[in-house]
Ligand binder design. Structure first.
Ligand code: VAH
Length: 316
């Protein structure tokens, strides 16, 4: 029987594009999108859609049975900045939701892909070329749910043989859907404002390096790891993956190659700056390259060229 994939959090920054990419790979009718909206928004095209809250275990089980789902991609989560504002809800959705998905996978035999983040690292983690296996003491609720989620997903793999897999994503940059409530969102908004105003005021300070990745590479990472030969996987949850590391001035300089009079200034947000300061400056992603041939295609220059072109096509 063909693989049938349930995606939670389908209307988020990753989900909006991942559902369409998964439908290209597995077939439109074999990918069931889900989120909190009552009906399927146009952006997700014409494949199956269900309204699912990941806290609703009955609806999750009913959906897996209804569509004979064998793979679950769990994206439902609150991102870093909004999670600091709503820590209890973030704990419930990010960790409670993942627990519900893992329990369902244990009972039904589904595999589970769920992304972690560079947020799973903290101030005591080696910040440059952060190793695959190292200290993980995040000091944000988002980071707590991500590192706990990694450990929980590994537990379900080693204790119950659930096929769990995940990557630690850096900041993701895309032209299709805006991110919501993250710390790295500045690196998306800057492109929109560069086209609209030829200027942007960054809430992240100059010199703040963070790992980043263009969404096409992130989508490839998810599908390639989901399809990877399990005998090659030396890690499960989760693999470091990155494509570039930059700070706001580097991004502005790249934009100026296309918009010469672009101006960048700063109004630093202490909450999101503190979150960014607790994260690595750059990751070592050699394990992903060795175990499942991870190989990003976009660097800062290629991403900027494509991002600006695609946003212009959208009429920004
Ligand atoms: C955030 N975009 O900023 C997310 C991501 C590494 C950052 O997890 O919260």
């Amino acid at each position: 029987m063909a693989d049938r994939v349930l995606v939670t959090g389908s209307l988020g920054q990753i989900g909006t594009e991942l559902v369409l990419a998964l439908r290209k790979h597995y077939g439109t009718q074999n990918v069931i999108a889900s989120d909190l909206h009552d009906c399927c928004p146009e952006v997700l095209g014409d494949g199956p859609y269900e309204r699912i809250d990941v806290m609703d275990t009955a609806k999750l089980a009913e959906t897996v049975k209804k569509y004979s789902v064998n793979k679950i991609v769990n994206l439902a989560a609150l991102l870093s900045a909004v999670a600091e504002d709503k820590p209890a809800l973030a704990y419930q959705v990010n960790l409670g939701g993942l627990f519900n998905i893992l329990e369902l996978a244990r009972e039904t035999g589904c595999s589970v892909f769920t992304p972690s983040s560079i947020a799973a690292f903290g101030p005591s983690t080696p910040a440059d070329q952060t190793p695959q296996t190292t200290i993980q003491r995040p000091n944000t609720m988002y980071g707590v749910t991500k590192v706990a989620g990694e450990i929980l997903a590994d537990y379900y793999h080693y204790k119950f043989n659930v096929d769990t897999r995940g990557v630690r994503f850096p900041g993701l940059i895309s032209y299709a859907a805006l991110p919501g409530g993250g710390t790295t969102d500045y690196a998306v908004h800057i492109y929109y404002e560069a086209l609209k105003q030829k200027a942007y005021t960054s809430y992240i300070a100059a010199g703040t390096y963070m790992d980043m990745m263009y969404m096409p590479d992130a989508l490839d990472a998810i599908i390639n790891l989901m399809e990877a030969d399990p005998s090659r996987l030396n890690h499960r949850n989760a693999y470091n993956v990155t494509a570039m590391s930059f700070e706001p001035e580097m991004l502005a300089a790249e934009i100026r190659k296309h918009i010469p009079d672009f101006k960048l200034d700063y109004d630093v947000d202490p909450v999101r700056q503190a979150i960014a300061d607790s994260w690595p400056n750059s990751l070592d992603d050699q394990a992903a390259r060795d175990d499942w041939d991870w190989n990003p295609k976009y660097d800062l220059s290629a991403m900027t060229t494509d991002m600006l072109a695609k946003l212009k096509e959208k009429g920004i």
